[in-house]
Design a protein around this ligand. Sequence first.
Ligand code: FAD
Ligand code: AMP
Length: 478
Amino acid sequence: MTQKFDVVVIGAGPGGYVAAIKAAQLGLSTACIEKYTDKEGKLALGGTCLNVGCIPSKALLDSSWKFHEAQDGFAIHGIHHAGVTMDVPAMVGRKANIVKGLTSGVATLFKANGVTSLQGHGKLLAGKKVEITKPDGSVEIIEAENVILAPGSRPIDIPPAPVDQKVIVDSTGALEFQAVPKRLGVIGAGVIGLELGSVWSRLGSQVTVLEALDTFLLAADTAVSKEALKTLTKQGLDIKLGARVTGSKVNGEEVVVTYTDKDGEQTITFDKLIVAVGRRPVTTDLLSADCGVTLDERGYVHVDDHCATTVPGVYAIGDVVRGMMLAHKASEEGIMVVERIKGHKTQMNYDLIPSVIYTHPEIAWVGKNEQQLKAEGVEVNVGTFPFAASGRAMAANDTGGFVKVIADAKTDRVLGVHVIGPGAAELVQQGAIGMEFGTSAEDIGMMVFSHPTLSEALHEAALAVNGHAIHIANKKKR
Ligand code: FAD
Ligand code: AMP
């Protein structure tokens, strides 16, 4: 007999697994289909995020930062020690253990909530039937009242630099180096390229980032991207803007990369090359020709503002649909869809999805940046507070960067919070909470902040919007 579920989810990344758990919590019979297996051949839930994305990259960022600090950051505190060394396989092994703990944690949550976990490749057929091709090649068809497509994304390949996962790697390969490459090339100065470039640079690689665009971190506030370029360059990342990679040739253990810049064609040789030019949606063998779900012109599953596809009862969430490719966006879309299946009117505020780049200094923002608001003709007041004036940042010897709060000049409503510096991701989240409730800069200014905290920098930046900062000289009120 064909099994039937209220909800069938295809893909167990942060979009799919969160949707499945929520659906089960709301009393819906739920199955989640996932095909990804780990190196031991075992089913591993959690998608890109847990297996080869957010979590493993942050594990390596944290390890490499500790090494960097141990090498260069302790003497100022009066701590002297000799001979710090890095055991790369141990670092990579620690990362693997964290991944294992989290992915098996998702399996435990599935059990605890009564989600049926099915291993195999899921494909949507007509009439909300789902075909599962299991690891042994056998095929099962199940039925669903509702189907949630959450198959995620994969790295984009570019013909000039074909990935072999040995010398030329994608983001997944870059998490597995067993030794520090002497000369490391990174194609793409996006979030992933900068984070992975930082990891290996801190461990001693000579890192060159080749970025086709002339502008650095286009999506960030200009003040933040300028500061980031300055600081990352000072740290040793050689970021070449306006450098478009046109070819590569692997010669044994090294790769010669050709790129063009304003001076013409250039070549450069690396021991490893990371291709980090973005990600694209995964829809391979996901949809039968007659299932009715359509893709947009860029290959994403076509959905409305509530993640409904063109077929009633079929939804798509996360990296496979329009919008930012972020784990928290995927998860919240999953929650929204499931609540809407239950008849709630849940909406998602796409205007307040925070972005974070986990370099050091950390970079994060929520809402609009100054150049966007200016282009829209919105008059704004801006308050900035440097961490150099923060007692907490000084105590931690981490004083680079600033908090920038942008408010509507007429209403004082906060329209954007942009941070580069220690604790940026957490500070921006505080801004996001306030903005969700329509906070004004004055509201934040009137709140009591613990002392000494990094959060005080947000407080002071909000005060500075209207010329009321205490711990810096206020710029003339605009
Ligand atoms: P995915 O996580 O990609 O999961 C989709 C799952 O579906 C996969 O497990 C896949 O095997 C499975 N699947 C696909 N097709 C089928 C099928 N037909 N049948 C069965 N299973 C299928 N985001 C952040 O928010 N913060 C970060 O710090 C961050 N860091 C990142 C670092 C790196 C190196 C990378 C690569 C990504 C990072 N991201 C980060 C992005 C984040 O990982 C993705 O946005 C997120 O994983 C998307 O979630 P998803 O559920 O849509 O898809
Ligand atoms: P993101 O999409 O944020 O991960 O960033 C990927 C970056 O890669 C973008 O800034 C692109 O401009 C850059 N990029 C894409 N193709 C090339 C190329 N051939 N050479 C150099 N940079 C590239």
